[in-house]
Write a protein that binds this ligand. Structure first.
Ligand code: TUI
Length: 320
C-alpha cells in the first residue's frame, strides 16, 4: 500500500520531529497542508506531551504522529499518553524500538522507525514495522555515517516495506531524486525550520537562512552520539575539547541545555543550532502550505522533464 493511503495523508511528506521545536503550531500546519506533522517528544514529560497532542488536535482534525526519541528514559510513560490520547502513528529515532513493538501494535499504532543503515532497516522489517525512514548523514541533529545518496538505494533494495527518504532534501528536485532512488516519500526537517509556523526563535530561523553549504559540522563522534549543527563559538569550543580528549562530563557541561538556549533564547552563538547540510538552500521564510505545494509541483515538473530525457548510444543525456 502507498504511504499516503497507509497514513491517510495527501502528500508523501513527513515533517521531521525536531526536539523542542516540532510542537503543535508546526505539526498542525503540516497536517492541515496534507503532510504528516510529527510532534517531537524528545525532552518532554508525559504531561507536556499530552498538552502538545491536545493543542495539535485543536489546530487540525487530520492525522499526525508523535516521535519517540529512544535515548530518553521516560518512553513507557510517553507511550501510555499516546494510547490514552488515541495517537495512531509513531516514528522513532536514536535507537531500536523493538522492546515497545508489542504494546504499540496491540494498540493499533503504526510504527515507522528512522534508520541510518541497511542492517537496522532489515531488523525493523523483521519485527513488523509499517515503514522506515532512511536518514542520511546530511541531516541535522543526531546522525549516522552514510549519505542519503548511498543509503537510500541500498535500503530500498533490501526491504519490501515503504521507505521514506530523509537527509539533504529541501525542494522538488530532492523529492524527485528520492523517488528515483526508490523512496515512496520524504522527510524534511531543516526546510521546516524556515517556515512561518515553525515555533522557534527568529534568530534560529535566520541562522538557517544565512547558512551556506559548508556551515554545518558534526560533533560528538568520539562520545558515540554524533550531532550535526551550524558552526558557532560553542561548536568551536566543543571541537577543541574533543581534540584535547576532554572527558564526557566536560563535553556534557558545554552542551547541557544548549538546544533550548538556541531555540527559546535565540542564542545562536552559544546554543546548539541543529540543522542539516541543505540549510544553504533554505533561504526564504514561507508558510508550510506554500512550501509543500510548491515543492510537489516542482517535483512533478522535474519528473516530467526527466521523462523526456533519453540516453543516446554515446551515453549523452539529451532532452527529446
Ligand atoms: O534522532 C534523530 N535525530 C535527532 S534526535 C535529537 S535530540 C538529541 N539531543 C542531543 C544529543 C543527541 C540527540 C536530535 N536529532 N534522527 C533519527 C536517527 N536515528 N538518526 C540516527 C538514528 C539511529 C541511530 C542508531 C537509529 C537507530 C540506531 O540504532 C541503534 C541500535 O540500537 O541499533
Amino acid at each position: 500500500m502507498s504511504i499516503t493511503k497507509l497514513l491517510g495523508i495527501k502528500y508523501p511528506i513527513f515533517q521531521g520531529a525536531m526536539a523542542q521545536i516540532a510542537f503543535a503550531p508546526l505539526v498542525g500546519a503540516v497536517a492541515n497542508a496534507g503532510g504528516l506533522g510529527i510532534i517531537g517528544s524528545g525532552g518532554l514529560s508525559a504531561d507536556r506531551l499530552r498538552e502538545e497532542i491536545r493543542k495539535t488536535k485543536e489546530i487540525t482534525d487530520k492525522p499526525f504522529a508523535v516521535n519517540l526519541m529512544l535515548m530518553m528514559n521516560n518512553i513507557p510513560e510517553l507511550i501510555q499518553v499516546l494510547i490514552e490520547e488515541g495517537v495512531k502513528i509513531v516514528t522513532t529515532g536514536a535507537g531500536n524500538p523493538a522492546p515497545y513493538m508489542p504494546i504499540l501494535k496491540e494498540n493499533g499504532i503504526k510504527v515507522i522507525p528512522v534508520v541510518p543503515s541497511v542492517k537496522l532497516a532489515k531488523k525493523m522489517e523483521a519485527i513488523g514495522v509499517d515503514a522506515v525512514v532512511a536518514e542520511g548523514t546530511e541531516s541535522g541533529g543526531h546522525v549516522g555515517e552514510t549519505t542519503t545518496m548511498a543509503l537510500l538505494p541500498q535500503v530500498t533494495s533490501a526491504v519490501s516495506i515503504p521507505v521514506v527518504a530523509a537527509g539533504g532534501i529541501a525542494d522538488g528536485r530532492g523529492v524527485a531524486a528520492a523517488f528515483a532512488l526508490g523512496a515512496q516519500g520524504v522527510q524534511l526537517g531543516t526546510r521546516f525550520l524556515t517556515t512561518v509556523e515553525c515555533p522557534t526563535h527568529i534568530n534560529f530561523k535566520m541562522a538557517v537562512v544565512e547558512a551556506d553549504d559548508t556551515s554545518t559540522t558534526v560533533t560528538g563522534r568520539s562520545a558515540g552520539a554524533p550531532v550535526r549543527s551550524i558552526k558557532n563559538s560553542m561548536i568551536a569550543e566543543y571541537l577543541r575539547l574533543e581534540q584535547e580528549k576532554a572527558t564526557r562530563d566536560q563535553l556534557e557541561e558545554l552542551t547541557l541545555g544548549s538546544l533550548r538556549k538556541a531555540v527559546f533564547e535565540g542564542d545562536t552563538d552559544r546554543g546548539s543550532v541543529m540543522a542539516g547540510q541543505i540549510a544553504g538552500m533554505c533561504n526564504e521564510i514561507t508558510t508550510v502550505e506554500e512550501m509543500i505545494t510548491t515543492m510537489f509541483a516542482e517535483a512533478q515538473e522535474v519528473l516530467n522533464r526527466l521523462g523526456n530525457v533519453i540516453l543516446t548510444e554515446e551515453k549523452e543525456l539529451v532532452l527529446s
